[in-house]
Ligand binder design. Sequence first.
Ligand SMILES: C[S@@+](CC[C@H](N)C(=O)[O-])C[C@H]1O[C@@H](n2cnc3c(N)ncnc32)[C@H](O)[C@@H]1O
Length: 233
Amino acid sequence: MSSPNTPTPELTADGFDTLYSPAYGQTYHSKHGALAEARHVFLEGAGVDERLAQGLSTRVLEVGFGTGLNFLLTAHRAAASQAPLHYVALEKDVLPAGVLAGLNHGPRLDALALRDALVAWRRALPEPPPFGIHGRRFSEILLLDLIVGDATIAPLPNLAFDAVYLDAFSPDANPELWTPDFLGRLFEVMRPGGKLATYSAKGSVRRGLEAVGFRTGKRSGPPGKREMLVAVR
Ligand SMILES: C[S@@+](CC[C@H](N)C(=O)[O-])C[C@H]1O[C@@H](n2cnc3c(N)ncnc32)[C@H](O)[C@@H]1O
């Protein structure tokens, strides 16, 4: 059932849909290209693409599961090189199966079977999904743990993550996911050398990351953005 706050699809410049969130007044991805942003900022920025290409077993923590696009792309990359992937994602407002199924990610994603399996799994969850961890093993090498609830209070599993995708809405719209307190909790569950990537290049975010112990660096941004941040534990 849709409410005035139900996100609605919007086409981005590379032909992939994103969603517009009336509640946050923002889209889930860059309008300059959802696919390009996911690949450039997260898979490449956090070093996950490189790890998976080498067949390395990889643990990713995502802040803001949203449409699952980052998950699908990462899982597809892992499958291509048979690299084991444990993907843990935090999400407060899990999107309804109908919204996920309506996005045009599938046919052009090369991961249609996985997208369909994700939608089917979502359909089988209670509505709304209860707080807590919902795990789904999609294959011998692919495990998704979706942690439903407010990320600022949900216990974070200390898995020594290789990578963190910090994909909250902007610091102005979604401030609780950019505080030094929350960034410090992310730091704690990463392994030394693990990389956190975010599309934001704001000075306050960089300072917050450094205040909790990360070493930060700027990288060229995805289409439409000059810079982004990578932080290394
Ligand atoms: C920019 S979108 C994420 C896009 C997503 N990574 C994708 O590939 O579609 C931000 C997400 O953070 C979630 N979110 C916002 N505040 C949250 C909170 N306090 N705890 C957990 N999730 C939150 C929103 O519901 C939304 O799905």
